[in-house]
Design a binder for this molecule. Structure first.
Ligand SMILES: *Cc1c(COP(=O)(O)O)cnc(C)c1O
Length: 337
């Protein structure tokens, strides 16, 4: 079985499992797990930021960040395809009592001009705009990456209007590798950054929220309130440290594999628009002979698992459990369809 549904389907490698088994642990709710502490310091240092906190999921790191940056009744500006808006169960309303201002962006990315236009005036009828949340890479944009200059322009708007700037970096290392960037540049621009360790980096569990000492202190209280305080979490944090040390550079292979699959699909009459492949996500339209679901079913017969994300679109995500040979086999199947 070749599973392209998501980069969350990876299983820990023997090296990662060994690192997990060897972890030195303690009770992290008491701040006494040395491995969690090490992962948090490492994460903050990589981004040149003050502090970080390890959480069970990327939804939790995003939701805690949003809660830190808003007051009830505030409004959050984000792209209308943002994970925080469409895939977090209405958490912005539920957890932060805030509304969302969804913006029609370009493949999940919004501009400084759009942010500026969406800030509410000081008017008692309007929610108070307090936060801008961006996503890089943008999942529903097909793994699209921002031009870093746009972040700087958005930051200027945020500074001028006293807005906080959060980054949902579930796949940030994919963007960093694809763009040959340094995490430090992100640390200079964003007030908080959420990074998933359980996507392309291949750990079984966990995300980190990175920011100032003040933000992370607040986040520790919120993590407890949200039920995310874990005890001997060092076993999981060890996987994160291992991933940061071993699984970042190899993301380039996933990007290459995604481009190879896109090239093979481009030759087929049933392929409609393919979103530009910038990282490890491939989203394409299906037309003519198959509906999206029928194509997914055809792949299934060949033990290739994909997912229809809309009536017309199929998504394939590359990750560390998909080898070059598996990509070759998939290309052969595509050719024969
Ligand atoms: C996966 C993902 C998250 C976090 O999801 P969890 O499943 O809660 O870890 C956040 N944002 C984006 C863009 C994601 O793809």
């Amino acid at each position: 079985m070749i599973d392209f549904r998501s980069d969350t389907f990876t299983k820990p490698t023997p090296g990662m499992l060994e690192a997990m088994c060897r972890a030195e642990v303690g009770d992290d709710v008491y701040g006494e797990d040395p491995t969690v502490n090490r992962l948090e310091i490492l994460s903050a240092d990589l981004f040149g930021m003050e502090a970080a906190i390890f959480c069970p999921s990327g939804t939790m790191t995003n939701q805690i960040a949003i809660k830190c940056h808003t007051q009830p009744g505030d409004e959050v500006i984000c792209d209308k395809l943002s994970h925080i808006y469409i895939y977090e169960g209405g958490g912005v309303a539920f957890n932060s009592l805030s509304s969302v201002r969804p913006i029609e962006g370009d493949r999940g990315r919004i501009t400084a001009e759009q942010v500026l236009e969406s800030i509410n005036p000081d008017d008692i009828h309007k929610p108070v705009t307090s936060l801008v949340s961006l996503e890089n890479t943008a999942n529903r944009g097909g793994g699209s990456c921002y031009d870093f200059e746009e972040f700087r322009r958005i930051k200027e708007v945020c500074l001028a209007h006293k807005l906080a700037l959060h980054l949902d970096g579930a796949r940030l290392y994919n963007a960093i590798v694809a763009g040959n960037q340094s995490p430090r540049h992100y640390g200079e621009v964003f007030d908080s950054i959420s990074v998933c360790l359980s996507k392309g980096l291949g750990t079984p569990v966990g995300s980190v929220l990175i920011g100032t000492n003040e933000l992370v202190k607040k986040a520790r209280r919120l993590r407890k309130v949200f039920g995310g305080g874990m005890r001997q979490a060092g076993f999981l944090a060890a996987a994160g440290i291992y991933a940061l040390e071993n699984n970042v550079d190899r993301l380039a292979e996933d990007h290459k594999h995604a481009a190879m699959l896109a090239a093979a699909l481009a030759q087929k009459d049933f392929t409609g628009e393919i979103l530009p492949v910038e990282t490890n996500i491939l989203i394409f339209e299906v037309k003519g002979r198959f509906t999206a679901q029928e194509l997914v079913d055809k792949f299934r017969e060949q033990e290739i698992v994909t997912i229809a994300i809309s009536k017309k679109q199929v998504r394939m995500v590359l990750h560390l459990d998909i080898t070059f040979e598996m990509v070759q086999r998939t290309i052969q199947v595509i050719k024969n369809l």
